[in-house]
Design a binder for this molecule. Sequence first.
Ligand SMILES: [Zn+2]
Ligand SMILES: [Zn+2]
Length: 370
Amino acid sequence: MAKNYYDILGVSKSASKEELKKAYYKLAHQYHPHKGGSSSDEGKMKEVNEAYQVLKDDQKRTQYDQFGSAFSGAGGFRGGQGASGAGNFSDFADMFRNAQGGGAQGFEFNVNDIGDIFGDFFGGGRSPSRGTRRARGSDIEVDVTLSLRDAVFGKEHTLRLNKDAHCERCSGEGAEPGSKVSTCGTCRGTGQVVRTVGFGIGFPSVCSECGGAGKMVDQKCKDCGGDGIKKVTQDINIKIPAGIDEGQAIKLTSQGAAGQKGGPAGDLYVRVHVQPDSRFDRQGYDLALVQEVSFVQAALGDKVEIETLDGTVKLKIPEGTQPGKVFRVRDKGVPHLNDRGRGDLLVKIQVHVPSKLSKEQRKILEDLDL
Ligand SMILES: [Zn+2]
Ligand SMILES: [Zn+2]
């Protein structure tokens, strides 16, 4: 099967440029080798790049749509009738160059397209202050379990984290204080090399010689062995905002692991889990509870005390209230996350029917005969 650029990007054949771009950025984040996550995949990234470079260009896309379909339908350009798998990518690339009138221009890599993404991966953006692009430390995700009350009203929380931090002895540079520092010959001090992965596509990547620092030291730091990072145990205070819900995460920029050799730190994500509450059930920003009343209260009406997260309130039960009736107590629900206002408290009435009656009670009820 020939590679289908649309499938690779996960878009339809009629996808707009905006859709293409979105799909590309999403996949680039997912697969980029420098991201270092479990899903980073250089091969996939290459494919995604190829697909995008062609489809984002109207002319190339038109050509691809024409040749691409002929290509997969005829089982390859080498004329191998029915030869499965004949449609490998280099065949297509050759064909494509010809269609372009020669040269490798069809697959020239446009660094501007990916600049934003690299900006993210390298943490330093497009104009790093030190003129080098260093490897960014990894993101850290931790889970925090809260009571419903704490999730509703928010709280200060202290997290104890074991993580990579910049080494203090060498200020994260990796050089033993006082040692000689020279410019890295491999990347000429930029900390970055451009690797060509085929079809003229170049990947900026961190220089493996100097680890992105752009310089070499003659004596490595004794504390960290030259990486510029050390394991530390750190207490981090976080403010959990009122109204946060199960599964939501708080991002703390640059509180993740430090990058090697002075590279920027990753981010810290604190994912919140909320323990089920015995009394309240969260429904969006509303809280729901079941309130039991006697059948006399339901029939005659009454004022009952309702326990809310803000203390007790009085709720008027009108006469003739039916089991299952829901009353709404305004503004006693969950505060809106990062916003004004609150949800409501929904009180569902459950009518208690006595399981044992005295003779006297029985007599009265029998006389009622409703
Ligand atoms: Zn050090
Ligand atoms: Zn280097």
